[in-house]
Design a protein around this ligand. Structure first.
Ligand code: NHF
Length: 446
């Protein structure tokens, strides 16, 4: 099975959890035998494969200044599609194309129709969910593209039941088109402290460390965490709130921390390396996900894997991952008082903290290892491909990747590509009104 994946994020280019998801899923799929090709933006054009990992084709988006984000996304999609076409020409056809979120919808849809391969789409979040509704023209446009991607997809993956319901509610997608496959985590990444700066570079020895990591956007609820921190400090707790990550809400959050009079208790680290992130999870007395909207919340799994005590909003995917008091504490989203109370319980009650640490690590091992998630994803690819092959669309396909069943059976498209002179001849013979060579309407020689 050969899969081509489009993603706008992939390490080392991180924006949020989507990039981590694509990296770990692609690696685990490749490790288990799926031939995965990832097409994604990078700092320079290059294709590489590490060990048994996926083959990653990095592209550089066109160097034409885009007037706005939407135009930039469209330019990016053309560049992604261009690289994907070259990947097919150089490495041969693929069986399934996989798109992650609306940001790559155009490239994926074009690839699907150009090569007649079935499309699988993962929806990590929706524009309506992120913004608690659709309030302007740009949001309406993004939401339309999301709908279109869902329409074009053979099957849709959502990372939680919550997201499945949201996608069904917002876009009216039939239930049996959506499959829930969660995010995962690699516990080995978090198993030991890494060398580097020590805890005291982030917090004083006498200070309890409360840790947040994520994109600094309003829906992550960091402003609620600042309010909770102020309450705890007011109650006499000696805490340091470490906030890692960047984003459009950063300046406002800094302003809030200063005007609340808690600036010296908050450390905005900016973006941190994975090594520092892992250490922070292990040093933290409480890792907090105060989200107002969270389709899954990969950071909760990371906190669990690292053995941090976890406090999270009872919302979205977090509600499904966390069992209150067993592997984390859940609080009402947006309720600073409840958040402060839960953090206080966790940092003062050692027995509870130990139970939650152990519970989190157990949860991760039982339910959220990437190997199992990759197995389920590979089965989904197989199912989709089987259905596609049996469909009229699949029967009229232009080529096959030549997997076991079809060994050596390359169809017309590839042969025509390899013999351009013959193509030209047949195109001429067709005459101006005929079907040009390479058009899918032509019957395949087989
Ligand atoms: O973990 C990866 C991530 C999720 O909840 C997160 C989100 C975007 O908002 O699936 O996608």
């Amino acid at each position: 099975m050969k899969v081509l994946t489009f993603s706008w994020e992939y390490p080392p280019n991180h924006v949020g959890g989507l990039g981590r998801h694509v990296y770990h899923l692609s690696s685990a799929l490749a490790e288990a035998g799926t031939d995965v090709h990832v097409v994604t933006p990078g700092v320079r054009e290059q294709s590489s494969r590490e060990g048994h990992g996926p083959r990653v084709h990095h592209i550089v988006a066109y160097d034409v200044s885009a007037p706005d984000f939407i135009s930039w996304v469209l330019q990016l999609n053309v560049a992604l599609f261009e690289r994907a076409v070259r990947a097919v020409i150089e490495d041969g056809p693929v069986d399934v194309v996989h798109a992650h979120d609306w940001l790559v919808a155009f490239a994926a849809r074009a690839f699907k129709h150009a090569f007649k391969v079935p499309l699988v789409a993962t929806i990590h979040a929706t524009e309506a969910g992120r913004n608690a509704g659709i309030h302007n023209r740009q949001q309406a446009y993004i939401s339309d593209v999301e709908w279109w991607l869902l329409y074009e997809a053979w099957k849709v993956i959502c990372c939680s039941e919550h997201m499945k319901n949201e996608v069904r509610g917002v876009f009216n997608v039939p239930k049996d088109k959506i499959m829930v496959l969660p995010n995962g985590v690699d516990p080995d990444e978090f198993s030991s402290l890494q060398r580097g700066a020590g805890r005291n570079a982030f917090a004083g020895q006498d200070q309890r460390m409360v840790f947040f990591i994520g994109r600094l956007v309003r829906e992550k609820g960091v402003h609620v965490l600042l309010e909770a921190a102020k309450m705890l400090i007011g109650q006499g707790y000696s805490i340091k709130l470490v906030i890692a990550g960047t984003g459009p809400y950063e300046e406002e959050l800094k302003f809030m921390a200063a005007s609340m009079g808690i600036w010296s208790h908050v450390y905005f680290t900016g973006r941190v390396s994975d090594k520092v992130r892992n250490n922070l999870y292990r040093w933290a007395d409480a890792a907090v996900c105060p989200s107002l909207y969270e389709p899954f919340g990969i950071v909760a799994l990371e906190a669990m894997a690292a053995g941090s005590g976890l406090v999270a909003s009872d919302t979205g995917g977090l509600s499904e991952v966390i069992t209150d008091g067993t592997n984390g504490l859940k609080v009402r989203p947006g309720d600073a008082g409840a958040l402060a109370a839960a953090i206080s319980r966790l940092i003062t009650d050692k027995t509870l903290r130990e139970r939650i640490r152990r519970g989190g690590q157990e949860t991760v091992r039982q339910r959220y290892l990437w190997s199992g998630i990759a197995r389920a994803t590979a089965e989904l690819y197989e199912d989709v491909h089987r259905e596609y092959e049996a469909s009229p669309w699949g029967k009229s396909r232009l080529y096959t990747s030549g997997g076991d069943r079809d060994a050596g059976r390359y169809h017309g498209w590839r042969r025509r590509f390899e013999t351009p002179a013959a193509d030209l001849q047949s195109a001429k013979a067709d005459g101006p009104g005929g079907q040009p060579a390479g058009d899918g309407a032509r019957t395949e020689p087989d």
